[in-house]
Write a protein that binds this ligand. Structure first.
Ligand code: IVH
Length: 668
């Protein structure tokens, strides 16, 4: 090998290694500039010696010219699909069929995997080198998407390690991570271009671009989950070991895969993943269980086009079609009118949905929703159901355009929509019963006055029965009045009165937050409390003084000043204080004088108090609390079951404090 060749090979090895750390392991070890420098070095060396360029060189991901159409690739081994089950009973029946066929009572060992919502792909490695990629197509023949797939950076162009068979076909799912999908759609929206409906369509659309340069710009990724053809070598004898082997070869495998035992193990996994679903970085539509032992897979074989040794357990559909029967406008705490769709009831995401949010008028216009339309309702996890889009082809001739009412549906006050704002508001303020009711709910809520047991339903009931008109009336409630309410007894009435009493001892920031001043959330309330130290000082502050507060801009300053200029607000506050609400004032010290000034902490794991509470304490002492560990972190506060943040802190040599050390810190 010539010196140039050796130099090229070293550079390629280095780039492959860092590419793997960055894209597959998500754990980069050199700064981007360093990577770019190596990359440019390789590029210029290759430019000087074009005859030495190889197809698996890291520089060769993009570059192929656009195609006029995709070629066809016949799969050496057909790409099958999976049978589905939708319930625990069906899953038990699947497990029983396996026992019956194997004539065995022993628990079956399965590998349980998320069912990724992307598209299936087959990649062929010859002597460790990426040679071609095909879509599933009809299972027998797929499309040749080699040039597009090679642009996906987490897919190695050259396998790592050793021991790969001379021919190895890897199968898996190409998908678009949720974050990438959101960012991509946001970009498209900003450019006034068409957006994708969901990450699955986005992945499929991106992969089927005839111009690989376009595919290269899309945030695609892949998880490998099966082998196809193996020639001139072997792979391990369990599915799980094969996946581990894939990892060692530098291929990306889903981290949420588990070995489970029997049908009960499968069901436990299904629930666990179901609970985590919305927080996973990728979209899934169920889970897949596969018999772990390859010999057993072979014994079980196939029926028609699906294996007997694997099954997909699907989540209930998250999107359904129904009719939009009408639209009502709900009035929130700040008077904002939210259009709510009244739907013909439909079963979606595991529950029956008859109302769904339409967000605001801009959204209605953007989606062109009309009353009478057939719409797609979406309910993802615990998220509020929404009208995702309409089916234009099914629009009836008499579909009605939705108009914002000119007057509040609750109090009749005028509705205003300031130019440039998405929300329209009822101008009724405290005259509007809807706004008052919402203000009371907010006042009582956990992060505000934290009145235990006074939930939204009970506020509604007290309000409708005329027991409360304003927040201060809460503290005038009598046990007997409460006990007489529907579904309340003496015991629960007494509990509520006690909770009200207890809530009177509060903190300045909670009280400020509880007032529900527009755009004064929890953190602004806290900043205001520390800055002014007392309620009197806050109330006396003019806009100029408010603008001195960090995080307070002109809009918030105006809102605060306006709130305190209203006589009825001042009256209510006076009444609340007469009724016994109290707190401790702060001694206002400049931040620099506080004991933890300039220090940054990160909190992780399970601790005996909520993170919010610990955060507030630390901030009270002048510290900052960040979301992720970096070299600048002073210390990580780690409770039980701390995970990746703890590892990161340890690897960076950042100090780690346990609960005991934390309490020492806080008593300084
Ligand atoms: S294994 C013979 N594993 O589901 C087994 N498929 O309904 C072949 N899919 O075409 C597939 N996640 O696109 C397998 N962890 C996973 C999967 C998965 C998603 C897709 C794949 C396949 C379809 C079958």
């Amino acid at each position: 090998m010539s010196a140039i060749q050796a130099q090229l090979e070293t550079l390629r090895q280095q780039l492959r290694h860092h590419n793997h750390l960055y894209y597959v392991l998500d754990d980069p070890q050199i700064p981007d500039v360093e990577y770019d420098r190596l990359f440019r070095e390789l590029q210029s060396l290759e430019a000087a010696h074009p005859e030495l360029i190889t197809a698996d060189s890291p520089t060769q991901r993009v570059g192929a010219a656009p195609l006029s159409e995709f070629g066809e690739i016949r799969h050496a081994i057909p790409m099958l699909s999976l049978g589905n089950v939708f319930s625990d009973e069906e899953l038990l029946a699947f497990d029983k069929r396996i026992h019956d066929r194997l004539k065995s009572d022993a628990e079956t060992e399965f590998v349980a995997e998320p069912k990724l919502d992307g598209l299936a792909i087959s990649i062929l490695y010859e002597n460790g080198i990426f040679t071609r990629a095909a879509t599933r197509g009809d299972g027998e023949t797929g499309e040749d998407v080699t040039q597009n797939v090679r642009t996906i950076k987490s897919i190695p162009l050259h396998l790592m390690g050793e021991g790969w068979p001379a021919k190895l076909e890897v199968r898996g799912e190409i998908y678009m991570p949720k974050a990438g999908f959101e960012a991509f759609n946001a970009k498209m929206r900003a450019l006034g271009e068409k957006t994708f409906v969901n990450p699955r369509n986005a992945a499929a659309g991106s992969l089927r671009q005839l111009d690989p340069r376009l595919t290269a710009q899309r945030p695609l990724d892949m998880f490998c989950y099966a082998v196809g053809l193996v020639e001139g070598g072997a792979v391990p004898d369990t599915h799980y070991a094969i996946l581990q082997q894939f990892r060692a070869w530098g291929l990306r495998v889903c981290p949420d895969i588990c070995v489970v035992s029997g049908a009960q193990g499968c069901l436990a996994y299904f629930r666990e993943i179901g609970a985590k679903r919305s927080s996973l970085p990728y979209d899934i539509d169920g889970v897949v269980y596969k018999v772990n032992a390859i010999a057993t897979q072979q014994e079980l074989g196939f029926v028609s086009r699906a294996p007997r040794w694997a099954i997909a357990h699907k989540f209930p559909a998250q999107e359904e079609i129904t009719e939009l029967e009408g639209v009502e406008f709900q009035v929130g705490r700040t008077g904002a009118l939210t259009p709510v769709a009244r739907l013909k009831p439909v079963f979606v995401g595991g529950v029956t949905v008859s109302n769904a949010t339409l967000h605001n008028m801009d959204e209605i216009e953007r989606k062109d929703v009309r009353i009478g339309d057939y719409v797609i309702v979406r309910r993802a996890g615990d998220v509020i159901p929404e009208v995702a889009r309409v089916i234009p082809d099914r629009r009836p001739a008499d579909a009605q355009v939705i108009v914002m009412p000119t007057h509040c549906p609750v109090c009749g006050s005028e509705v205003e929509r300031p130019a440039g704002e998405a929300v329209a508001r009822c101008t009724g303020g405290l005259y509007c019963p809807a706004q008052v009711k919402e203000a009371i709910k907010h006042f009582a809520s956990r992060k505000a006055m934290n009145i235990d047991g006074l939930g939204d339903k009970l506020v509604e009931l007290c309000f409708e029965q005329g027991l409360i008109r304003h927040v201060d009336d809460l503290y005038r409630l009598q046990a007997a009045q409460v006990a007489a309410l529907e579904r309340m007894g003496e015991k629960s009435a007494e509990n509520l009165i006690n909770a009200l009493e207890k809530s009177k001892a509060t903190t300045l920031e909670r009280f400020i937050f509880a007032l529900g001043i527009r755009e004064v959330g929890e953190s602004t309330a806290k900043v205001l409390a520390r800055h002014f130290g007392s309620f009197e000082a806050l109330q006396a502050a003019d806009e100029a003084a408010l603008l001195q507060v960090p995080d307070v801009g002109p809009v918030v300053a105006t809102n605060i000043a306006h709130f305190f200029s209203e006589p009825h607000n001042r009256d209510t506050i006076g009444h609340l204080r007469e009724l016994g609400i109290h707190w401790q004032n702060y001694v206002v010290k400049p931040i620099e004088a506080l004991p933890l000034a300039g220090k940054t902490y990160v909190i992780t794991g399970t601790l005996s108090r909520s993170r919010d509470e610990i955060k507030a304490d630390l901030e009270g002492l002048g510290a900052k609390v960040a979301g992720s560990v970096s070299k600048k972190t002073t210390a990580l506060i780690a409770g039980e079951n701390a995970g990746s943040k703890l590892e990161k802190a340890e690897s960076l040599g950042v100090a780690v404090l346990d609960e005991a050390a934390l309490s020492v810190l806080l008593t300084r």
